[in-house]
Each structure stands twice: as structure tokens, then as C-alpha cells.
Design a protein around this ligand. Structure first.
Ligand code: C2E
Ligand code: MG
Ligand code: MG
Ligand code: MG
Length: 287
């Protein structure tokens, strides 16, 4: 209201706006300290083969326990990291930690999220190459996940960075597919190595038969471009069955495991029977 009111704008003062800004600034300061002190943690969520439920990959997810406040959701602190210029360091820290962890898990693949802000850093691809060099990890074991925002806003620039990353050997996945506006032409032009179906689409299953059709059409679109599909947010047996039938080769969600510590992933690797038994039980119940 202040813009149109001329002089009046000086009176249109909202203390709660200052308060919000103050809270965000304080959070950004604390986040910076957490990055400096190496207090950002990484948890790993299992990704399984859709027919055997064998553990094939893990997704690295950042966690921040803010002193005096408790855990802050990445949906809150990642945007703050983006806005305050911390995302480059935070993102590389998560990548470094998870590559070092992957060295302990031969045979597994890893996916790591990348923010649009990191794509804007001209040195990004070079930093990624350095991390593979120092950790000795084969880049073919790693998938970088990105949402469509940057591709839509900056297609030319995005293509250049993607080419550089591909030369390193990493794969690129489109995250949260089905939640935005991705068109066929755009999906084709970037040639993603994998699509991840957004959990909102997965969890709409059960809302009626239209939901199943939407999901099938979305997976079919990716498959028509020869792109393999992972479904995320899988919580029920029925969802798992529908997603496998729709053509997803990988599944991820609380049904198979929440994001967890490296020790919990070790345990899953030592007891693969648990997941296999679950697959058998579901196959028996939904022949
Ligand atoms: P995302 O990359 O799409 O990750 C999947 C999110 O879905 C994770 O939330 C995961 O815990 C949650 N999830 C997985 N399975 C289920 C399920 O069965 N049910 C439900 N309700 N949720 C499930 P999280 O860890 O809170 O992360 C949220 C988002 O924050 C991520 O979405 C990603 O966009 C971003 N994020 C997390 N870590 C990083 C990071 O290191 N870098 C960047 N750039 N972004 C990150
Ligand atoms: Mg992701
Ligand atoms: Mg996602
Ligand atoms: Mg997301």
C-alpha cells in the first residue's frame, strides 16, 4: 500500500517485516557458522530396484541442527543458503562428505542435489571435477539432481554447464518431475540421464483412477525419451506396485527407509534379506 501513497510510505511501517528479516539474517549468520565449523550433516536415503527391492543407490540429503533451535528443514535453510550466497560452499560440502562416504560403499550409486545458485558459479564444474579427483570416486557412480527452475530460466547457460559436467562423467537427473511445467521439447533438448517423479504425484495415487492415469502418462513420457525413472515418496505397497507397473525402475520412500545415518545404510547392506522379503511379500499380495 505504501508505493501509491507517496509521503505515506514512511508511515506504512510493519515491525513484523523487520522481525522476519532479522530472523532470516540471524539464520543466515548461524548457517554460515555451521558451514565454517563443518556442522552440516549428511543423511542417506535408500533407493531400491523396483522389482527386487535390492538397494542400488542412496540420495544424500543435508541436515542442520541449529544451536538453540533444533533441526531446521532443508526446505527452509536451502533457500536461505541460496539468498545469502552460502549455497556454493554448502553444496560442495555435501558433495565432498557424500563422495568420501561412497568410498565405503562399493557397488552403490549416489545422488546429490544441486541448487540453481551453484549452477550460476562459473567454477562449479571445476570444483566438482576436483572433488572426484581428490576422493578417487568414479564419476559414473554419481548422479546430480536438479529441478527444472534453472533450465527454464537459463537454457543456454544450463546447457553449457551440463556439457561440462557430462564430460566429467557424472549423470544428471531431473528432480521433482511432474510438479512443474516441463514440456516434451525441453525434456528432449537437455537429455537427462534420469527423471525423478515428484512425491506429490506419487502420493496422489489413491485419490481416484485419474491419478493413476496421470502418473502412467508422466512415466510413459520419460520412457518414450528412453530416460529411466525413479519414483520418490513411496510409502505404501500399493504405490510401489503401481509405480513398478507404470515403468519406474527405481523406487525411493519411507516404505524402504527414511533418510538415515551411514551406519544404518551399512546395516541395510549387511541384511539385504529384509528388503528382499518385503519385495516377496508384496509380489505375493499383489500378483
Ligand atoms: P528432494 O531432493 O526432492 O528430496 C526428497 C525429499 O523427500 C527429502 O526431504 C526426503 O526426506 C523426502 N522423502 C523421501 N521419501 C519420502 C516419503 O516416503 N514421504 C515423504 N513425505 N517424504 C519423503 P528433505 O530431506 O526434507 O529435503 C527436502 C528438499 O531439500 C530436497 O528435496 C532438496 O530439494 C532439498 N535438499 C536437501 N538436501 C539438499 C542439498 O544437500 N543440496 C540442495 N541443493 N538441496 C537439498
Ligand atoms: Mg533430490
Ligand atoms: Mg525430489
Ligand atoms: Mg524437492
Amino acid at each position: 500500500a505504501s508505493k501509491e501513497s507517496g509521503r505515506g510510505r514512511w508511515t506504512a511501517y510493519h515491525p513484523q517485516m523487520d522481525e522476519e528479516r532479522e530472523t532470516r539474517n540471524q539464520m543466515a549468520l548461524d548457517l554460515r557458522a555451521a558451514i565454517d565449523n563443518e556442522d552440516i550433516q549428511v543423511v542417506y536415503q535408500p533407493v531400491v530396484d523396483s522389482s527386487t527391492f535390492e538397494l542400488v543407490s542412496v540420495e544424500a540429503l543435508a541436515r542442520w541442527n541449529r544451536p538453540g533451535h533444533g533441526p531446521v528443514s532443508p526446505d527452509v535453510f536451502i533457500p536461505i543458503a541460496e539468498a545469502s550466497g552460502l549455497i556454493d560452499r554448502l553444496g560442495l560440502d555435501v558433495l565432498r562428505q557424500s563422495l568420501m562416504q561412497l568410498a565405503e560403499w562399493p557397488g552403490l550409486k549416489l545422488s546429490v542435489n544441486v541448487s540453481p545458485g551453484q549452477f550460476r558459479d562459473p567454477a562449479f564444474a571445476g570444483h566438482v571435477a576436483d572433488l572426484f579427483y581428490v576422493t578417487g570416486i568414479d564419476p559414473h557412480r554419481v548422479v546430480l539432481e536438479m529441478t527444472e527452475t534453472y533450465f527454464i530460466q537459463n537454457p543456454e547457460r544450463a546447457r553449457t554447464v551440463l556439457e561440462r559436467l557430462r564430460k566429467i562423467g557424472v549423470q544428471i537427473a531431473l528432480d521433482d518431475f511432474g510438479s512443474g511445467f516441463s514440456s516434451v521439447g525441453y525434456l528432449r533438448q537437455f537429455g537427462f540421464d534420469r527423471m525423478k517423479i515428484d512425491k506429490s504425484l506419487v502420493q496422489s495415487l489413491g485419490d481416484g483412477h485419474r491419478a493413476v492415469e496421470m502418473l502412467q502418462a508422466t512415466v510413459a513420457l520419460a520412457r518414450s525419451l528412453d530416460v529411466p525413472v525413479t519414483a520418490e515418496g513411496v510409502e505404501t505397497d500399493q504405490q510401489a506396485v503401481n509405480l513398478r507397473l507404470a515403468g519406474c525402475d527405481q523406487l525411493q520412500g519411507y516404505l524402504f527407509g527414511r533418510p538415515c545415518s551411514p551406519a544404518d545404510i551399512d546395516a541395510l547392506r549387511l541384511r539385504p534379506m529384509d528388503l528382499r522379503a518385503k519385495a516377496a511379500a508384496i509380489a505375493f499380495a499383489h500378483p
